[in-house]
Write a protein that binds this ligand. Structure first.
Ligand code: AMP
Ligand code: TRP
Length: 322
């Protein structure tokens, strides 16, 4: 029996190669090792995305992106969070067990408060809905990056608390820390992020990649001057798309001053396009066949809902409403 894995991704914008190398790619290996449940966290995104067209578009794009990079719907239940409404029911039950003071200590809430950003109840209650996600499917492991560790701990605490009050019900899931690939740099040298508008999109077409590559910020060393590989954002992106031998060769050219930034950028664009081509092809196939994507999401939701139903029955009995 394979252990069960669960993860969620918020549909909050266009998907970029930082998301791919930092998170998405790792699920391709994990799907072979674990029975995987991966969902599109649309209800989590609702406290940011309040435009129905964007919500629908970003959600579909995430589904397509995962399928295009090779997630196998036979191995993974891929579904939309909102298609299993039991999650909000469980979140309510957990709300009644969660002290406000605990939520006031949550990073996302504290950050928003420190920045004086507007805070809705969805943002404040985010960790509770996330605990419901995590515990509703009886998962063994939850892969998380550093930024989500606190949320997972809160889910573990919630499971223990429920079990303590109402009797053994929830499995306490373990964290599975994703490999830290470090921050992938964007076009301006800062961490690649949609909020900085410095991204290379997973679905960018060839022309866009060519154009964006030429816009990557560099210093102004001439072609024949030695260049600093650590400081160069172009070089750091080359690392993601090159073989070991290619990167050694490029490093030598940088140190000798036998390659210009322009040439390096052209070479990078070529490599990125080569890497993205099969992903673009699969994405184009999925674009032509939206019914297929809908069917995959529906099947995923059915599998997830069947699991959810089992737990909810027990939970309702335990709390005395069934
Ligand atoms: P976001 O939608 O920006 O919260 O990103 C989702 C996930 O993608 C993050 O939790 C990271 O694991 C990964 N990610 C996003 N941007 C980067 C980046 N620039 N470098 C590495 N990983 C990233
Ligand atoms: N909060 C996660 C993020 O911002 C997304 C998420 C929602 C999630 N529910 C989850 C991740 C459950 C893991 C498990 O990236």
């Amino acid at each position: 029996m394979k252990k069960r894995l669960l993860s969620g991704i918020k549909p909050t914008g266009d998907i970029h190669i930082g998301n791919y190398f930092g998170a998405m790619r790792q699920f391709l290996d994990l799907q072979n090792e674990y029975e995987s449940f991966i969902f599109i966290a649309d209800y989590h995104a609702l406290n940011q995305i309040q435009n129905p067209k964007e919500m629908a578009q970003y959600s579909m794009d995430i589904a397509k992106a995962y399928l295009a990079i090779g997630l196998d719907p036979k191995k993974v239940a891929l579904f939309k969070q909102s298609d299993v409404p039991a999650v909000t029911e469980l979140a309510w039950i957990f709300n009644c067990l969660t002290p406000m003071a605990e939520l006031e200590r949550a990073h996302a809430y504290k950050d928003a408060k420190a920045k004086s950003n507007p805070i809705n109840m969805g943002l404040f209650d985010y960790p509770v809905l996330m605990a419901a996600d995590i515990l509703l499917y009886n998962s063994d492991v939850v892969p998380v990056g550093q930024d989500q560790k606190q949320h997972l701990e809160m889910a573990q605490d919630t499971a223990k608390k429920f079990n303590r009050i109402f009797g053994e019900t929830f499995k306490v899931p373990q964290e599975l820390i994703l490999k830290d690939v470090g921050a992938i740099r964007g076009l301006d040298g800062r961490k690649m992020s949609k909020s900085y508008k410095n991204t290379i999109g997973l679905f960018d077409d060839e022309k866009t990649i060519n154009k964006k590559s030429m816009c990557i910020t560099t210093d102004c060393r001439r072609a024949d001057e030695p260049k600093d590989i650590e400081a160069c954002s172009v070089f750091s992106l080359h690392r993601l798309f090159s073989t070991e031998a290619d990167i050694k060769k490029l490093e030598k050219q940088y140190c000798e001053g036998s390659i210009s930034y322009k040439e390096s950028k052209e070479l990078l664009a070529e490599k990125i396009n080569k890497f993205l081509n099969p992903i673009r092809e699969k994405k184009a196939e999925l674009d032509k066949n939206p019914k297929l994507v809908e069917k995959i999401l529906k099947d995923g939701a059915e599998k997830a809902a069947a699991e959810a139903e089992k737990i909810m029955k027990e939970v309702k009995k335990k709390i005395g409403v069934a």
